[in-house]
Design a protein around this ligand. Structure first.
Ligand code: AMP
Length: 116
């Protein structure tokens, strides 16, 4: 059984966070240390540690991450200029929180994909 992270508490609204969207499958909230003017994390409500643990039964929730990313980008007014979606996996991917999440980053030009 995967261990819960702080994101489960955010999903259940047990700790404060800036939730911008929630439905029965996913929750989206502003990153606590934003790297860009818009930095939102979109997570499935069910705990999946990372991409290595994705199963066919997760497809609906994980597909919803994109639908919601598209909606939030529109709501934030960054859809025309563009933005970046990132999903980190494990150590080399730079994953810090082991509850799979999509970063929605935008609001300024982001430059090349990798800085080093
Ligand atoms: P990752 O490196 O892909 O695992 O990203 C984890 C992200 O979660 C980082 O950008 C953190 O700033 C963010 N984060 C950690 N704790 C919180 C929290 N309580 N509320 C919002 N974002 C958080």
């Amino acid at each position: 059984m995967a261990e819960e992270t702080i994101f489960s508490k955010i999903i259940r609204r047990e700790i404060p966070s800036d939730i911008v969207y929630q439905d029965e499958l996913v929750t989206a909230f502003r990153d606590i240390s934003p790297r860009t003017p818009t930095h939102v994390l979109i997570v499935p409500n069910v705990l999946i540690q990372n991409v290595n643990d994705v199963l066919p039964e997760h497809e609906q929730a994980l597909g919803r991450l994109f639908t919601v990313a598209s909606k939030i980008a529109r709501d934030e007014g960054i859809d025309e200029d563009g933005y970046r979606l990132i999903v980190n996996c494990n150590r080399h991917g730079g994953q810090e929180v082991y509850h799979i999440h999509m970063h929605l980053l935008g609001g300024r030009p982001l430059g090349p994909l990798l800085s080093d």
